[in-house]
Ligand binder design. Structure first.
Ligand code: BDR
Ligand code: CA
Length: 316
């Protein structure tokens, strides 16, 4: 049976590749809808970008919903310096012809979970967790309905990418991240510790261009655009492909390995705002700090890229 998923996202070039991977993997995944959230760029742009990505894949029947335009308690922080002023800079993409739905993204998440049997839907957050936390606050009954949340966010050994202490998605909305982490829902987390192992090297970038389809060429130009920033910062050959780790995990979990540990998010300190405090070494007492997260630590990077190439070449 195909796994039913909702992708919650702030595209972002790496979000875009994650969405395309899910669309290419119809044999395993059924994408029920996409909810946009403010993050890499403001909500209006992340919503528009989600529509553009569907048009790239010629999957114009998937519904896109606009969600929360600001974090629960903070002013929005964006990342145009990485993703460009549109959030999806690189190739020239036309303005989308398809339109978003009228329903709010948070209500779509709630209604969809309520309409389906318990534990049949997986949520895949690729941006700040504002929409997911808002849905939990508005409709606590959905906690029991969610099968699993597989998300990109946080870090432990790699610590931070937007501040010395925090990863971008958790930094933008730490209160939302903490609500999700403490919800009791089964969570699998793809932190920077994993995503920093899947670099878009020169060879891999070129392989996208040579997939033999238009989508591959578009991906090549996205990667070319955003990797400049990370290559300069990390002095690396290529940039981490963060968000596709979430979808790759759904398709081939054996590529990843990690531990079930306690993770909580810092919400009080300014210095370490959004830090994911991960008890990797099992120091805390299980009674006070239950093991709430399946924390991924290692990935087979060659296997990851092979999976991406094999699926993405199926797209138009
Ligand atoms: C995360 O932040 C965004 O810039 C990326 O899309 C990814 O979700 C990495 O920290
Ligand atoms: Ca993202």
């Amino acid at each position: 049976m195909r796994r039913k998923i909702i992708i919650d996202t702030d595209p972002g070039q790496d979000d875009a590749i994650a969405i395309l991977l899910a669309l290419a993997a119809k044999d395993k995944l059924e994408l029920l809808g996409i909810t946009a959230v403010a993050g890499n760029v403001p909500l209006e742009l992340t919503t528009k970008n989600a529509l553009k990505i569907l048009e790239v894949a010629k999957e114009t029947n998937i519904a896109v919903f606009s969600g929360c335009k600001a974090p629960l308690k903070r002013k929005l922080v964006t990342a145009e310096h990485v993703h460009g002023p549109t959030g999806l800079n690189g190739p020239q993409l036309a303005e989308p012809k398809i339109k978003q739905q009228d329903q709010h993204g948070v209500d779509f998440i709630i209604d969809t979970l309520r309409q389906h049997p318990e534990k049949t839907i997986t949520l895949c957050p690729l941006g700040p967790l504002t929409n997911i936390a808002s849905a939990i606050i508005k409709a606590p009954d959905i906690v029991e309905k969610i099968d699993e949340i597989v998300l990109m966010g946080g870090a432990y050994f790699e610590v931070g990418n937007v501040t010395p202490a925090a990863e971008f998605n958790f930094y933008v909305d730490p209160e939302a991240a903490n609500i999700v982490m403490c919800s009791g829902i089964k969570i699998t987390m793809m932190p920077l510790d994993v995503t920093h192992q899947v670099l878009t090297t020169k060879e891999r970038s070129q392989k996208f261009a040579n997939l033999g389809n238009e989508t591959g060429k578009i991906i090549y130009h996205w990667v070319k655009y955003f990797k400049k920033f990370d290559e300069e910062k990390y002095k690396s050959d290529g940039a981490p492909l963060h968000d596709p780790c979430v979808i790759a995990y759904l398709l081939k979990p054996d590529l990843f390995s990690g531990r079930k540990i306690n993770v909580r998010i810092e919400t009080n300190s300014e210095l370490t705002r959004g830090m994911s405090v991960a008890d990797y070494w099992g120091i805390t007492d299980e009674k006070d700090c239950p093991r709430n997260v399946n924390f991924m630590r290692h990935v087979d990077d060659e296997g990851f890229y092979q999976l991406l190439f094999d699926y993405l070449k199926k797209l138009p």
